[in-house]
Design a protein around this ligand. Sequence first.
Ligand SMILES: Nc1nc2c(c(=O)[nH]1)N[C@@H](CN(C=O)c1ccc(C(=O)N[C@@H](CCC(=O)O)C(=O)O)cc1)CN2
Ligand SMILES: [Mg+2]
Length: 291
Amino acid sequence: MSATIIDGKAFAAGLRARVAEDVRGLAERGIAPGLAVVLVGEDPASQVYVRNKAAQTVEAGMRSFQHRLPATTSQAELLALVHTLNADDAVDGILVQLPLPAGIDAQAIIEAIAPEKDVDGFHPANVGRLATGMPGLVPCTPLGASMLIDSVRPDVAGLEAVVIGRSNIVGKPMAQLLLQRSATVTIAHSRTRDLADVCRRADILVAAVGRPEMVRGDWIKPGAVVVDVGINRVPNPQAEDGKTRLVGDVAFDEAKEVAGAITPVPGGVGPMTIACLLANTLQAAKARRGL
Ligand SMILES: Nc1nc2c(c(=O)[nH]1)N[C@@H](CN(C=O)c1ccc(C(=O)N[C@@H](CCC(=O)O)C(=O)O)cc1)CN2
Ligand SMILES: [Mg+2]
């Protein structure tokens, strides 16, 4: 039987609408949440993401502040901008688009962002809050992925969850979110032995490795929920103009024949990232005002 395809695009649209409704309520009280997005350099994918972030921020009724800096920007200049945004009362959320150009220490930049404005949830204070079960700002991609899991499997207590990938942005926070919901969590990575066997145990399988279609159909337990966080551009032999196509970390056509539910790429977890960014900005705006 073919899996339920989890429509992240539709779920994200619903979440953005709920955020916009809440923002309208704040507007009646004279409050306009503001999100500052900083892009350093000209990475083409990052340019698209930043443009979409700004457009969706405005659509949700919030203020958008964009800062585009040349690739030659020094770490000191970027830190100075972050400090200015930390002190700016109109700014509730600060996001520095990753990856940053070589020569800038991303961790130093993340640590400079005021934790209460860290809508990416990457600051060690927010990482610690998540790890200890305290309220805080949660990284957008795993937060969105967990909402999609909730939509098809609301109770994961006692289930086996395998997260492939141990990045600070996705893998580790994803594992924390699943653990918070009492799943039995394994974090697998490039050094994991017998990865396919480990994956076959998973009732919930999250792939966040950045390797096109690495997870095959026969790695999946029948009926499992499969969440594909990968966004890989690969050559498209069908296109004559040399255009690429987008694939995930999961071989979708094989996996959908085995899984119970699966997120597609595109249109799965990806759209949830920006929707959750808006939700985090709203949360930060309310928290800063004690609401
Ligand atoms: N500071 C941050 N940098 C980066 C993050 C992040 O959360 N914070 N995540 C990614 C990029 N990203 C947002 O920044 C992002 C990735 C993908 C999507 C998305 O909507 N994907 C679509 C396909 C888009 C396409 O065609 O390329 C989908 O999967 O359907 C949105 C945001 C790295 N950097
Ligand atoms: Mg997707």
